[in-house]
Ligand binder design. Structure first.
Ligand code: PMP
Length: 428
């Protein structure tokens, strides 16, 4: 028995399913989850001392690779002063200024401790600001696990086949209108009927929780127009895309200005953080300035702020880093497609900046929830397991995006492509 198997068995005694977040349980791909003990640059090391090239990056934040010295040292620098005071600290203002500088649509920002909190709070704010109850989201998009958003959700909810979770009151879920991602006509139709009751549209500008699906040309622009027409708040959930597809996130990449933005992962450098921010006029409705309540004991804690700032500074100061991430992602996805073709495996990919998707399908382009869920998940699972044995760690679900890091070298990508060739050869 491997140490991971032993540890997984032990974990199940007191942790539901042995994991603290469902997709870690490998339900979508079978087998035993790998227990990791260390990350260094491009690599992860498991409890059995196997080494993996990591394309998950803690689900996004490790853009610089694992244990980047700038980030680790930033945490060390503040450690001796104590871990948190539940009171203002100077670094929170430095962080707020930095976020507003990098994403100019954000004029004011509030720190929270997870992406879930960020989206939940942004939605409450949109409701409080507009005085409307209904919200619009898209099928297969995931915005964390708060009640209003766990309706036809992606990510682990989709992997486990539970996009509508028990425990969410029907009377609440009925305020969530779920529409079709990349279908602007569907959005216009819905708004023609109930647009004046809609507080906000929340969208992943690049969907990363039903595999990786870029927006069709005109889709995000259309959402902006609809929100302007009906006085609804446009929320870009950039928990995944922020600082990754471009320094300024998807809103910079596609040049669209949302009213509110939610952030997470990257601004903590790997420590627990989220944030929501946007137009001053809307943000001024948050307590203590305004009546919409939101709070957090650990919000803006010095450890997360230091790690996140070191991360943002490094991203800002490394010239060409996002172009390099995009080029490496392209190298990887093109290489995988060539190998699949060589082995007659129906397969295609998507890529936006440092984010990518792998689809086992005859379709040449996957740009909808229906197309993503029609892909061959069993073949993905076999591919995943094969790659794992080859020392390549991919997201353990057919419905998650992959992430490139600055630490992954061209040689790592070459190894990954060669490994994929061997694995494609074994797929039935
Ligand atoms: N929004 C998006 C787009 C996400 O991808 C995630 C998590 N993967 C969340 C929100 C929720 O973030 P957290 O897991 O930190 O609560």
């Amino acid at each position: 028995m491997s140490r991971s198997e032993d540890l997984f068995k032990a974990a199940q005694t007191h942790i539901p399913g042995g994991v603290n977040s469902p997709v870690r349980a490998f339900k979508g791909v079978g087998g035993t989850p790998v227990f990791f003990k260390k990350g260094e640059g491009a690599y992860l090391f498991d409890e059995d001392d196997n080494q993996y090239i990591d394309y998950v990056g803690s689900w996004g934040p490790m853009i610089l690779g694992h244990a980047h010295p700038d980030v680790i040292n930033a945490v060390r620098d503040v450690l001796d002063n104590g871990l948190g005071f539940g009171a203002p600290t100077a670094i929170e203002t430095v962080m707020a200024d930095k976020v507003c500088e990098i994403m100019p649509s954000i004029e004011m920002v509030r720190m929270v401790s997870s992406g879930t909190e960020a989206t939940m709070s942004a939605i409450r704010l949109a409701r409080g600001y507009t005085g409307r109850d209904k919200i619009v989201k898209f099928e297969g998009c995931y915005h964390g696990h708060s009640d209003s958003l766990l309706v036809k959700a992606g990510s682990g909810a989709l992997t486990l086949g539970e996009p509508n979770s028990p425990g969410v009151p029907a009377s609440l879920a009925e305020h969530t209108i779920t529409l079709t991602f990349n279908d602007i006509d569907n959005v216009r139709q819905a708004f023609a009927e109930v647009g004046d009751q809609v507080a906000c549209i929340i969208v992943e500008p690049v969907a990363g929780n039903m595999n990786c699906i870029p927006p069709k040309e005109g889709f995000l622009e259309g959402l902006r127009e609809v929100c302007d027409e009906y006085g609804s708040v446009l929320i870009f959930d950039e928990v995944m895309t922020g600082f990754r597809v471009a320094l300024g996130g998807a809103q910079a990449y596609y040049d669209i200005k949302p009213d509110l933005t939610t952030l997470g992962k990257v601004i903590g450098g790997g420590l627990p953080v989220g944030a929501f921010g946007g137009k001053r006029e809307i943000m001024e409705h948050i307590a203590p300035l305004g009546p919409v309540y939101q709070a957090g004991t650990l919000s803006g804690n010095p450890l997360s702020m230091s790690a996140g700032l070191a991360m943002l500074n490094a991203l800002q100061q490394t010239s060409g880093i996002h172009e390099q991430l995009a080029a490496k992602t392209e190298l990887l996805t093109q290489g995988l497609e060539s190998q699949a073709l060589l082995h007659n495996t129906p397969f295609t990919t998507s890529a936006v900046g440092g984010m990518f998707g792998l689809f086992f399908t005859e379709q040449t382009e996957v740009n909808s929830y229906a197309a993503a869920t029609a892909c061959d998940t069993e073949r993905f699972a076999a591919f995943f397991q094969g790659m794992l044995k080859e020392g390549v760690y991919l997201a353990p679900s057919a419905y998650e995006a992959g992430f490139m890091s600055a630490a992954i070298s061209a040689a790592d990508i070459e190894k990954t492509i060669e490994a994929a060739g061997r694995v494609f050869a074994t797929l039935k």
